[in-house]
Design a protein around this ligand. Structure first.
Ligand SMILES: C[S@@+](CC[C@H](N)C(=O)[O-])C[C@H]1O[C@@H](n2cnc3c(N)ncnc32)[C@H](O)[C@@H]1O
Length: 264
């Protein structure tokens, strides 16, 4: 009997995890509410200080008396770090985990914290914050495009937004297998980042990117065929004000060097 080839065959094996598992998981926030997560985050940030790429930017971006928004603030570990840079800032942290927010508020009573899903919209006005940071969050948020749009919408001057960047084109939805539960882990290819930036073409006057190759967090599964060393930790600094130079890319191997054309 003649075999008829299916018109379209979906290759689940081409994905790091089956799509269904990813979709189910992406709706969950159990991991972010697990004690294991908070044991790791309670004061890890304030003790460890900022990562290499964060340090590179925070010093240059945060200004005296800034109204600052920290999206995905966890237990507020960034509050003392940012205050350490500019003691007179007004800080607002938001996080999807009510548990983390409660802990943050208890630890830092002078700061403001709110529990919400930032990818579903931020309850703030356009350009309400001088400085917005969203660090180590996009990688875990399935609706990261809306997360990016919202962070940019509420930023009056500067946005720091970090990503796990790959040389390959595409969007790679994977997972990180963690003790408290699995979390989405999303890598972005060069073309995907360019498309994300193209959405705000004409709105930013400057873009600086800094990044370095570094394996993703323990438990994160790389897309098929890629090694942990193929992951580039990159931070994007987008500014509505003029930057000198307007466009600066400090990434290994010329990654994303043509991104300027997406923005300006
Ligand atoms: C890896 S932690 C990073 C915490 C902090 N930004 C840092 O760099 O230390 C990711 C945080 O993002 C939060 N998060 C995940 N999805 C979120 C969402 N949709 N909206 C707001 N926060 C979210 C998690 O609860 C968690 O606290």
């Amino acid at each position: 009997m003649q075999q008829v080839a299916p018109a379209f065959q979906f290759r689940f094996d081409a994905l790091a995890v089956p799509l269904q598992a990813f979709l189910t998981m992406s709706k969950k926030i159990e991991y972010w509410e697990s004690d294991g997560h908070w044991q790791a985050y309670t004061d890890k940030r304030s003790k460890a200080g900022p990562y290499k790429s964060e340090e590179y930017f925070i010093k240059r971006v945060l200004r005296s008396r800034d109204k600052a928004l920290d999206v995905g603030c966890a237990c507020g570990g960034y509050f003392p770090i940012l205050k350490g840079q500019q003691p007179d800032i007004a800080y607002q942290g938001v996080d999807i985990s009510a548990k983390a927010v409660a802990l943050a508020q208890k630890t830092y009573p002078t700061a403001n914290f709110r529990a919400l899903d930032a990818s579903q919209g931020l309850p703030f006005g356009d350009r309400e914050f001088d400085y917005v940071q969203c660090l180590n969050v996009q990688v875990h948020v399935p609706d990261w495009r809306n997360l990016f749009r919202e962070c940019w919408r509420v930023a009056k001057r500067d946005l720091l937004f970090d990503i796990r960047l790959l040389r390959q084109n595409g969007e790679f939805k994977s997972v990180a297998l963690m003790e408290g539960g699995d979390v989405p882990y999303i890598f972005l290819g060069q073309d995907t980042v360019q498309a994300m930036l193209a959405e705000i073409r004409g709105q930013a006057q400057g873009l600086h990117i800094f990044g370095y190759y570094h394996p993703p967090q323990k438990g994160a599964i790389m897309p098929p065929g890629l090694k942990p060393d193929d992951c580039c930790m990159a931070i994007l600094w987008l500014s509505r004000g003029p930057l000198e130079p307007q466009f600066e890319v400090n990434l290994p191997d010329g990654l994303l060097h043509n991104v300027g054309s997406a923005l300006f």
